[in-house]
Design a protein around this ligand. Structure first.
Ligand code: ADE
Length: 371
């Protein structure tokens, strides 16, 4: 596994070991590991954890290699590091791997590109893309945990601020809804005309990043793409602006440009302040995932991670049983698993739903309405 090593992830690890697995795990971001959790995991039978917060890039990939030295049957990624490594630097392992699961949008994009080129050599379940993940983890999880992390790190008020959200996917929609609920004025930037129109009709301002640069008080990128806020934008930002990223990789804000052009950089826990001709630009968590990579960032709350990790555990079991019969490629989460997780959660919340009557079932299946 290469996942954010924190308390909820440890519960997934326990679940898998209870099912008979031996787990080798490392992080999927150099700043998201909680070292006490990593240490505790190493005391659990059949678990080996190699993650460390604040590791260098070399240490990060050394840990990926240590996980792979275990010759995995199943991979569980959040960002595709294990699968990428196996297909490029550790191809000897391909014959062992039955299949994998991927947790995040960015990982799925890359896996689909690999599959389109015929380069993905084992089946991978797109856990991110199933309704029970996207509707809760991406919308409510990212929506709340990214804002929580921004608020705890900066002690800034959201009410009355202009918040620029780059990308109106599931994470962007969640962030917009929650920030709007706190009294912020929301600006959405998009590249997809349908999503832009959706944002407009959801009641938000829609404009380009060039236009938004001089208006925003807080920026949150959620595009999964590279170079979203760059030099031409930095020049127009307000004094005291806060920049943060909620996408998987630290490529959305051009931090290199800031390092090159700033007169001075001041560092505090989780915040780097770049001075550009006396204007202060605060960047959170080095432009890495703001909900996990700030010192107090704890990731999504358990009430959504239980859903995502129930999907991961059940999809892992599915791959163990079915992976050998599947070709290399990206597969949807089986609908029965998605529905099972929804039913389990409803049960745990003590919520009941109606059941279709035989008359209703018959009505929905009929086409001859007899006019
Ligand atoms: N905790 C563990 N994995 C996480 C993720 N992908 N996003 C937010 N919190 C997490």
């Amino acid at each position: 596994m290469a996942l954010h090593v924190e308390a909820k992830t440890a519960n997934l690890v326990s679940t898998l070991t209870a099912g008979g697995a031996e787990v080798h795990i490392t992080g999927c971001n150099p700043l998201s590991t909680q070292d006490d959790v990593a240490e505790a995991l190493n005391d659990v039978r059949n678990v080996h954890c190699y993650a460390k917060r604040g590791c260098t890039v070399e240490e990060y990939y050394a840990a990926i290699n240590l996980v792979l030295d275990a010759k995995p049957d199943i991979t569980i990624d959040d960002g595709m590091d294990l699968i990428h490594y196996i297909h490029t630097k550790r191809r000897d392992l391909l014959k062992n791997v039955i299949g994998g699961c991927e947790e995040t949008t960015t990982g799925i994009h890359r896996l689909r590109s690999m599959a389109a080129e015929g380069k993905l050599e084992f089946p991978v379940i797109a856990v991110n893309d199933t309704p029970m993940k996207r509707f809760f983890d991406n919308v409510h999880g990212t929506g709340e945990s990214a804002l929580t992390s921004i608020m705890i790190t900066t002690n800034t008020l959201i009410a009355g601020k202009y918040i620029v959200i780059a990308g109106y996917g599931y994470c962007g929609r969640g962030l917009a809804k929650k920030a709007h609920g706190l009294g912020a004025k929301i600006i959405i930037t998009e590249i997809d005309p349908r999503r832009a129109l959706e944002a407009h009709m959801d009641g938000y301002h829609v404009m380009t990043m060039d236009e938004a640069a001089c208006l925003g008080d807080i920026f949150i990128t959620t595009t999964g793409n590279v170079a979203v806020i760059t030099g031409k934008h930095f020049k127009n930002l307000k004094d005291g602006v806060i920049l943060s990223n909620a996408g998987h990789f630290n490529v959305e804000i051009d931090i290199e440009w800031l390092h090159k052009h700033a007169d001075k950089v001041v560092r505090r826990e989780g915040i780097e302040t770049f001075f550009l001709h006396r204007k202060a630009v605060h960047v959170l968590a080095e432009g890495r995932l703001v909900n996990l990579a700030t010192p107090k960032g704890m990731g999504h709350p358990i009430e959504v991670m239980d859903l995502s990790f129930a999907l991961q555990a059940l999809c892992t079991r599915y791959i163990v049983g079915n992976g050998r019969n599947l070709k290399g490629g990206v597969y949807d989460v089986p609908d029965e698993i998605d529905e099972q997780v929804a039913n389990l959660k409803l049960g745990s919340l003590g919520l009941s739903i109606d059941e279709m009557t035989p008359e209703q079932k018959k009505y929905l299946c009929s086409w001859d309405i007899g006019t």
